[in-house]
Design a protein around this ligand. Sequence first.
Ligand SMILES: NC(=O)c1ccc[n+]([C@@H]2O[C@H](COP(=O)([O-])OP(=O)(O)OC[C@H]3O[C@@H](n4cnc5c(N)ncnc54)[C@H](OP(=O)(O)O)[C@@H]3O)[C@@H](O)[C@H]2O)c1
Length: 309
Amino acid sequence: MRALQITEYGDNSVLHIADVPDLTPTGSQVLVAVEAAALNPLDSFLRAGYAQALMPLQFPATLGGDVAGVVSAVGPDVTEVAVGDRVYGNAYALLGGSGAIAEQAIVPAANFARIPGDLSFAHAASMPVAGTTAVEAIDHGLTVQPGQKVFISGGSGAVGSAAVQLAKHHGAHVATTASGDGVDLVRELGADEVFDYTTNDFSEHLREVDAVLDTVGGATLDKSYDILKDGGTLVTVIGELDQAKAAAKGLTVIRQAAQSDGVLARLTGYLAGGAITPRVGRTFSLEDAAAAFTALETRSVRGKIVILL
Ligand SMILES: NC(=O)c1ccc[n+]([C@@H]2O[C@H](COP(=O)([O-])OP(=O)(O)OC[C@H]3O[C@@H](n4cnc5c(N)ncnc54)[C@H](OP(=O)(O)O)[C@@H]3O)[C@@H](O)[C@H]2O)c1
């Protein structure tokens, strides 16, 4: 079978399509005939080697995590899914998978769920990482409640757009940031207040916010402490926390890295009920995977970038 692999860290020139032996699931592993795999910012970090101290790859490494396809075989301990099921989930090697951007992927059954309804493989593949990150933050980290005022930085991004939709679904008042056509997008998603970060500083306008989800980091995160009410809650999925600033206002602050059990199932429920709608920006073939990575890195596509297998 064919897989997008690297044998060294580097730019997109290290990407190549390799012919590798077919995979066989054991124990609680599931073998998936991959139909679609989506890219995340992490994928270019992993390829470049920026994350190698924390998440070293074993070469040759098949890239990608977000995946959707059809179960073609299961290990003897698998009870959650069966051959023929349409499934989606996370095939990152660092979570026990074999990598997503390949004709076959092995995934621990715990990292998979059935695709809800008639959602396409491309739309399903676009959701696991970004969607579960948003659900973890909004439901577990921030426990957003009806009527609360919530600020989500980067509402036009993959994590942010799922989070904006979910916070609105919970009845919150949502303020967010975006630029370009992202401004119209977040309005369509239901955001109540939108700040174009290229021309307007949210921190000059927002006060007494109950909860912040930061998906941008840096100066955006630094300014987010000031807009929170005393005792408020902040989750960042990318930045470094300032414990002194947090303590001064009695804030609960969380650097979200891992996810709670059951988050993928929860996401599946939100997708099934229409609370969260996936957004695919553009699809690429496996042969054009390097162009897909370039589109990710130049941020030239609005919506998720999906490779069809
Ligand atoms: N901790 C975790 O578990 C976890 C999981 C998933 C992702 N992440 C991280 O979370 C971040 C967001 O991921 P994603 O997939 O949502 O990325 P994405 O789709 O590329 O979205 C990036 C967002 O950031 C905004 N943005 C870009 N440059 C900005 C700037 N200079 N100032 C303010 N806003 C800016 C973009 O706005 P416009 O496009 O409208 O300009 C967009 O809303 C990434 O760093 C990713 O690595 C962490």
